[in-house]
Design a binder for this molecule. Structure first.
Ligand code: CP3
Length: 364
């Protein structure tokens, strides 16, 4: 990188702000589209880059993270880039060790097992020191994007990170993480609150580094009962959005909340400072719109498994899903991310179908 590409100023002028306008429910010429996990193992060029480096080493190398972020944009006419990183870097910054184990996914050899483990975490971590590599990658990518499309920054939601910290990996039941909520709600709140505070500092710094839109991933929200979501997930999600906006200004950056599986959460998030709710494929867009009194924009929500279908099947599914949203305040995406065994041509078909569908509609 050249010296000026590491400075978070004099960024190229943005040429395509469709996704920012859609997030604010403003007029758009067509519905913007991007794909969760658009950079990843389904792309041969992803598997070929940074050979010999493990996943987190790639995240920690800004030039590589930037190159990976740009890979899907070379192939597909998508309307946003998302910085290549991972939600788990926050737990690393708090002092936990995490390995990306082939065939198993992220693994913490020493998960949280008692109150003392929580007290030992580095709550006062300086995010610039521990996660400076993410901000460098964001700044570099924002320059290299040349204003082509906006750059999305992201973080994991407190409940989802709490679940990883305690389970030590993914889980079907999240029984260890959930048992804390029943056995020691006080300590649970302490850990959730600690994660929230670091996440706010992290997201604010991402925006200062050049991120233009933020998404918070609560991938495991659906493992909670509605009561527990209300007590242990929603307040922290809400706090993240309000604290980020209090720090940066209300209009500084639109924010997307993806509470996967949390069907009953629409009305809880409706009064929050999020601009966009991201819906998984089991959610009904029209029900979500009713529950939020049409204040919010929506993202989603094609079943990712439709990507296994033919181009025609994908096209039909895109038309079906998009007609449920209408065109104002919609960001086209899937209900979750790409999987390694999906084909790149499916993303091409998906993006093309979104373009075709929305150019046939009156958007204003
Ligand atoms: O295009 C993008 O979206 C890139 C950025 C990105 C990654 N992870 C890259 C990644 C984002 C936004 C994430 C978020 C993330 N990470 C979430 C929330 C989104 C979701 O999918 O629900 C979660 C739960 C994680 C934790 C995590 N990291 C998992 C479950 C895995 C997969 C492990 C496996 O082996 O299947 C990862 C690894 C990961 N994160 C990869 C990528 C490209 C693949 C790792 C590799 O290269 O080996």
């Amino acid at each position: 990188p050249e010296a000026h590409e590491l400075e978070a100023k004099n960024f190229p002028e943005l040429k395509n702000d469709l996704i920012l306008r859609a997030a604010r429910r403003e007029d758009v010429e067509r519905v913007p589209v991007w794909v969760m996990r658009q950079a990843g193992r389904y792309l041969p060029e992803y598997n070929a880059i940074g050979e010999g480096l493990d996943f987190f080493d790639k995240c920690r190398t800004p030039a590589l993270a930037c190159a990976i972020t740009l890979q899907p944009l070379v192939r597909f006419p998508i309307d946003a880039a998302i910085i290549f990183s991972d939600i788990l870097v926050i737990l690393q910054a708090l002092g936990m060790h995490c390995d990306m184990v082939k065939g198993k996914g992220p693994t913490f050899p020493q998960p949280i097992t008692c109150r003392e483990d929580i007290d030992a975490l580095n709550a006062d971590v300086d995010v610039h020191e521990s996660l400076g590599y993410v901000f460098k990658a964001i700044t570099l990518t924002r320059h290299r994007l040349g204003g082509h499309v906006p750059l999305i920054g992201f973080a994991g939601a407190p409940w989802t990170l709490f679940a990883y910290a305690i389970e030590g990996s993914g889980s079907k039941t999240f029984s260890k993480a959930k048992s804390w909520l029943y056995k020691d709600p006080e300590a649970s709140h302490r850990l959730l609150s600690m994660i929230t505070d670091v996440t706010v500092r992290y997201l604010v710094a991402q925006v200062r580094a050049g991120a233009q839109l933020l998404q918070v991933f609560d991938s495991w929200a659906g493992s909670l009962s509605p009561r527990h979501f209300r007590e242990f997930a929603a307040p922290y999600l809400v706090r993240i959005a309000s604290a980020v906006k209090a720090e940066l200004g209300t209009d500084a950056v639109p924010m997307i909340c993806f509470a996967k599986g949390a069907h009953w959460a629409f009305s809880l998030l409706e009064s929050s400072d999020y601009d966009v709710l991201s819906l998984d494929w089991t959610m009904d867009p029209q029900e979500a719109q009713r529950a939020t009194k049409s204040r919010m924009a929506f993202q989603g929500n094609m079943d990712p498994c439709a990507m296994y279908g033919s181009d025609d099947t994908i096209r039909e599914e895109v038309c079906r899903v998009m007609s449920l949203f209408g065109t104002r305040g919609h960001i086209a995406n899937m209900g979750h991310g790409m999987s390694p065994d999906m084909e790149p041509r499916a993303v091409a078909a998906f993006v093309d179908a979104v373009h075709n569908f929305s150019s046939r509609q009156r958007v204003y």
